[in-house]
Ligand binder design. Sequence first.
Ligand SMILES: [Fe+2]
Length: 272
Amino acid sequence: MFTRRVRFSVTCNAFCNGEIRLKMKKIDIHCHVLPKLDDGSASLQESIRMLKLAYRQGIQAVVATPHDSHQFRQEDPEKIRNLCRRLETRARAEVNPDFRVYPGEEIFYSQETLEKLKRNQLLTIGESRYILIEFMPNVPYSLLYRAVRELTEEQYRPILAHMERYGVLREKGRVEELIKAGAYMQMNYRRIGGRWYDETVRWCRKMLKNQKVHFLATDMHNTKSRRPQTQEAEAWMEKHLERTYIEEIAWKNQEKILRDAQPDAEMDILHN
Ligand SMILES: [Fe+2]
């Protein structure tokens, strides 16, 4: 278990660390920065380049979430923890002395997920009770709902990765129903900053205005096609959302998760 106390510096909107101008503070709980584990970073050098890009956008800590799926099986949680420690050491030397890298996984839900969690064969987010889960984009709603119930009944707190990807959630009332069942919603920054006429962008913005999102994340995979992209989203949010809500979904809720792993934690994220 990670027992180090979580410490983050205050939001930095001024010129910090030489010429780097940080944007709003962020903690990224969904990214593929560990080298050679999945379709994310291809090398430690690329991982550092990804973290440098992320840091320039205000990201001060990440939870590395390699895919655990049919295509990319993560057999050894300790290997992920070790890679996180290694990457964090490099990031502290080359990105920022306070940069943090926590272990996690993006778990493709299956009938075996719960058992594997109980056997500690899968990693939660930063060793907390929160888990990042994904499904096929065309998942039936009944399966989504059943999975959330199954996991919450065992005291896990499922966070639905990139909620914008699931067609069944576009139907009125379903996001609310899943939240009521105990799910948390994660949205990718990239989908918020797209063109206004894009149906998904519009849906994402509506969800944000209705405060149905608990976490924003980059889901970055590399430094090119799937690099961290938060600026456009941030510009839109600053115009249309309350500052307190933006802070909650950009870093405050994420901090609560990471505190959840602490023995003295009493921090629960409030459901909307
Ligand atoms: Fe992902």
